[in-house]
Design a protein. Structure first.
Length: 282
């Protein structure tokens, strides 16, 4: 089923389907209050707000990364509060094409939600098409959300180590190349990447115009990855990995797993080594 939709497609869906819930997930890692402020300043008509830290993440602990997945019961309760059940069509948008919409897309897909879409270009595309925003806060009727499964497929740090050691999987690091190579590290205490990881920067799944690349373009982008092996996708903390997961699916890959803890989980164990050399060709 199609996942990425254009503004005009969303307009048509809104005119036909009363079971649509629009979700605004705008966020800024350097300014956690940004999303709520932006939402109150103007959002797509009828859209509800979910917050990356409060709603799409669990409690930070010693291990597990900087944005651990929330408890499944907490997440399904959150969905119910905004009027989402398993039959609801969900459309997610960000400011443009950022990582947060993909994080929520992955979370819904990972619990078996069938009808979930993302707006290509996000709020900016909506505004650029000449459509208006509103500041009214909707009051959705609470529903009960019963998940088909817990978040899956995901991999623990122990299982990931085993799979990489046995050459059963390929590990992707979705962060910017400078961070992958350890030249800069703005968020964590140790620079570099998990040994063996190949670098596929998450923003490279978008065209120069900022829209999602086509399936054919994404096939070319991931052409050197073998489809017969499991692809484990990581990043800093399980957020920017999600655009890569969707892009891999659009490119025809099926055996894709998220390492939700990412690099921030990896370096929370003092004995885990880090690498700074380029391993894309090795």
């Amino acid at each position: 089923m199609k996942t990425i939709i254009k503004v005009e497609e969303l307009k048509q869906m809104l005119e036909k389907d009363e079971q649509i819930v629009l979700i605004d997930v705008r966020f800024d890692l350097s300014d956690p209050a940004y999303g709520e402020k932006a939402y109150h300043n103007g959002h797509l008509p009828g859209a509800v707000l979910l917050d990356m830290d409060e709603d799409l993440s669990g409690t930070i602990q010693q291990h597990g990364g900087a944005h651990p997945l929330p408890n499944i019961e907490k997440f399904t309760k959150t969905l119910g509060k905004i009027g989402v059940d398993t039959k609801t069509t969900v459309v997610i948008y960000d400011q443009s094409n950022d990582m947060f919409a993909s994080r929520l897309w992955w979370m819904l897909d990972a619990i078996g939600h069938e009808k979930v879409f993302m707006l290509d270009g996000g709020l900016e595309a909506w505004v650029n098409a000449g459509y208006s925003l509103e500041t009214e806060i909707p009051q959705p009727l609470t529903k009960e959300y019963i998940a088909k499964q817990a978040f899956a497929p995901i991999v623990s740090i122990e299982r990931m180590k085993e799979k990489i050691r046995k050459d059963e999987a390929i590990l992707i690091d979705s962060r910017a190349r400078e961070r992958y190579l350890g030249k800069i590290e703005p968020r964590y205490h140790k620079a570099g990447h998990i040994p063996g990881a190949k670098n596929y920067f998450w923003k490279d799944v978008f065209s120069t115009e900022g829209t999602w690349k086509t399936a054919e373009e994404l096939k070319d982008h991931f052409a050197t990855l073998p489809k017969e092996k499991e692809i484990i996708v990581s990043c800093g903390s399980g957020v920017s990995a999600c655009p890569n997961i969707l892009a891999l699916k659009l490119a025809g890959f099926n055996n894709i797993t998220l390492y939700p803890g990412g690099y921030s989980d990896w370096i929370s164990y003092d004995d885990n080594p880090v690498q700074t050399k380029d391993e894309n060709d090795g």
